[in-house]
Design a protein around this ligand. Structure first.
Ligand SMILES: [Zn+2]
Length: 503
């Protein structure tokens, strides 16, 4: 079984004075967490223990009982009658912070020693413990009860006493087939929310290799990520080569234009002030704007990709490796823009992989070499051109392709996405036949990194490849040819592409 954890976020409806209680509850939670952080700093060997043993040790050090009348650092100095589960949640929060602080400090010491051993000056400041505590209170069992789809009763510190409060819940409902973890009381602005982690279990999807080798009807969704208007082009095809659907996810020109404008502003501001202070971020607001929009687009595009794959019942998602970023020339805004567009491709992949896994869809990547130059039907080299141009040569980023060998005509990005999907199949075909793939027609003279169209059969996170497609990239956007003339069936692709099935 595989499992995934998601957080269900729900808005709480409560009386006005309850907001002050939730705030007081959070303040107390942080006071206790900060107190335990201090206790841990004074007894650092606690961090060598498991969380469970560390909890016992910390309670021994702080919690007054008949058997333990004089603990070393009594919690009662902070507050009396703190519920055990409230205390334990705070201890776990403190342990988390202490472990993180300790590992950061250890790494800093290592870097310092390394620098000193080499006789280099080491100016990096050591990590500091948290100056202020802004954790949200986690409500362990015992701190809440009577949870229904529309309400929950919470035990909170009002500032004067412990009180049970019934609040209404709105928003996304909790999924039925899941295990609900301890909820947290979270403040967003003035509104209090309840965040509940839910754990979903599902049968682990079988390995990609098995899916490809054992079922000719396995559907996979191949994705070509671009720097032009069509940010992503996805095609669904079966292992035996039937193309089922294509979708174009646009918006590249808009995001590129937006970014260029902000980067232009940053460049102008820098020119005006003349100096950039070292170690200090300039134009914080503008950078924030760019990051925010990039993040939003990456989430939107990745969600659309996974939604499309799901609609067509694809069980595998295929991307190509990103390769290295080739610096482009030109103005600051242009260079910055292409760099960010490249990073965004990485984010889209990361998010899509994560979202797909939640749907039981596995993700893989293939060698990007020549995916744009190869004909999806006969694997000859294609001509790439724009409308109105003659269909010959290879114009980077142009929207159309023509294969002079088999006459295939169509959208260049769609052709590339089909090739990406086919590479995954070829990977397993190759390993089952045990003989190397013939080099691409028409490129025999070229030096290819492995001499094969497909490699990297082992790893998902393979090496970055020196020869990336779209190296020069095309931010100006390309006109989208509305009609797709590419044949909808690949029944005429060479037989060696097919996976041999044992009956
Ligand atoms: Zn062809």
């Amino acid at each position: 079984m595989a499992k995934v954890t998601t957080t269900i976020k729900q808005v709480l409806n409560y009386q006005d004075h309850h907001a002050a209680w939730f705030a007081a509850n959070q303040v107390l939670f942080n006071q206790i967490a900060a107190f335990y952080f201090e206790v841990i700093q004074a007894h650092e060997n606690v961090l060598d223990l498991s969380n469970q043993d560390a909890l016992t040790a910390l309670e021994q050090l702080t919690h007054t009982t008949k058997k333990n009348p004089t603990p070393a650092m009594p919690l009662s100095d902070i507050g009396k009658d703190i519920p055990a589960m409230f205390r334990r949640a705070a201890i776990h929060a403190a342990l988390g912070s202490a472990r993180s602080f300790s590992s950061h400090r250890a790494k800093w010491h290592k870097r310092k020693e390394k620098a000193q051993a080499r006789g280099k000056k080491f100016t990096e400041r050591p990590p500091v413990p948290p100056r202020s505590w802004k954790k949200s209170a986690t409500l362990y069992a015992g701190q809440w009860k009577q949870r229904t789809g529309s309400s929950i009763v919470l035990k909170v510190w009002t500032g004067a006493c412990w009180s049970w409060v019934k609040v209404r819940i709105t928003g996304r409902e909790l999924p039925a087939d899941t295990e609900i973890g301890s909820p947290s009381l979270i403040r967003h602005g003035k509104q209090w929310w309840l965040h509940s982690p839910v754990e979903k279990q599902f049968a682990s999807p079988s390995k990609i290799e098995k899916q490809v080798k054992t079922c000719a009807q396995t559907k996979m969704c191949a994705v070509d990520l671009n720097l032009n208007e069509q940010v992503a082009v996805c095609t669904v095809q079966t292992v035996e080569g039937t193309i089922l659907a294509t979708t174009f996810i646009g918006g590249g020109r808009e995001i590129s234009g937006f970014r260029k404008k902000q980067l232009g502003r940053i460049a102008r501001n820098r020119r005006k002030t003349g100096i950039i202070v070292e170690g200090e971020q300039d134009n914080v607001h503008l950078w924030g704007k760019i990051n925010h929009v990039d993040e939003q687009i990456a989430h939107r595009v990745s969600a659309r990709i996974v939604q499309f794959a799901r609609e067509h019942e694809a069980s595998i998602l295929v991307f190509e490796h990103l390769g290295n970023l080739k610096p482009s020339r030109g103005k600051y805004s242009h260079r910055g823009n292409s760099k960010r567009a490249f990073w965004m491709k990485g984010r889209i992949f990361k998010y899509a992989k994560y979202k797909a896994y939640h749907e039981g869809i596995l993700t893989s990547r293939v060698n990007p070499r020549n995916t744009s130059r190869e004909c999806a039907r006969c694997h000859s080299l294609v001509a790439r051109y724009a409308q109105g141009m003659s269909a010959e040569g290879y114009t980077l980023g142009a929207p159309l392709v023509l294969c002079s060998q088999c006459g295939m005509r169509g959208n260049a990005d769609r052709n590339a996405s089909l090739v990406i999907g086919q590479r995954l199949i070829m990977r397993y075909q190759k390993s089952s036949q045990g003989k190397p793939q013939a080099p691409l027609l028409g490129e025999r003279g070229e030096k290819s990194p492995g001499g094969e169209a497909c490699q990297d059969a082992k790893s998902e996170e393979g090496p970055s490849l020196p020869q990336a497609r779209h190296a020069g990239c095309n931010e100006h956007g390309t006109a989208q040819d509305g009609s797709l003339r590419m044949d909808e069936h690949l029944s005429d692709i060479p037989y060696q592409l097919r996976v041999p099935f044992e009956l």
